[in-house]
Write a protein that binds this ligand. Sequence first.
Ligand SMILES: Nc1nc2c(ncn2[C@@H]2O[C@H](COP(=O)(O)OP(=O)(O)O)[C@@H](O)[C@H]2O)c(=O)[nH]1
Ligand SMILES: [Mg+2]
Length: 143
Amino acid sequence: MGKVIFVGKTGVGKTTLIQNLRNETIIYKKTQAAEFYGQYIDTPGEYIENPRFYSALITLSFDADVVALVQDVTSEECYFPPGFGDMFNVKVIGIMTKVDQKMHRFEKTEQYLIEAGAESVYGVSACTNEGMDDLIAELNSVI
Ligand SMILES: Nc1nc2c(ncn2[C@@H]2O[C@H](COP(=O)(O)OP(=O)(O)O)[C@@H](O)[C@H]2O)c(=O)[nH]1
Ligand SMILES: [Mg+2]
C-alpha cells in the first residue's frame, strides 16, 4: 500500500487531518517525532520550521508515494521556499486546511503552495469535512 507524508509547520492541522482521513475521533496531540499511521506519515512542524531537519524529511519521503505540503488558510506565515517540493523524488500535492474559518487567504495560499512545487492543491476542513471527498479521491488514485 502506498503512503503519504504530511509536511507543514506546527498547528496547520496535519495530525487532525490524518485523524479525519482515518475516521478517528479528533484529539489534540502534539506531534513530537515522525509517526506512522497506516498509510499516513505525520511529521512535527519543526521539520519544516528549521532547515536543519530537511534531511529527515527527505529520508522519510523515501517511504512515501506522495508528499503533501500542508498550509493553513488563516496563516500569513510561509515556511515552504519556492521550489521546496523539488527536493522530493515523488509526487507533491498541496493541502490548504481550515477552509471553514472566516479569515480566508485562499488565493494567496494556493499560489504559494504551487510556487512551493505542488502539482495540484486541495482545500479542506477536517472539522466540517468540506473538500475531504476530493482529497480522498486524489489520494486513492495515487496510493
Ligand atoms: N477550524 C479548524 N481548526 C482546525 C482544523 N484542523 C485542525 N484544526 C485545529 O488546529 C490546531 C492544530 O491542529 P494539529 O492537527 O495539532 O496541527 P499540526 O501541528 O499540524 O499537527 C488544533 O487546535 C486543531 O483543532 C480545521 O480544519 N478547521
Ligand atoms: Mg501534529
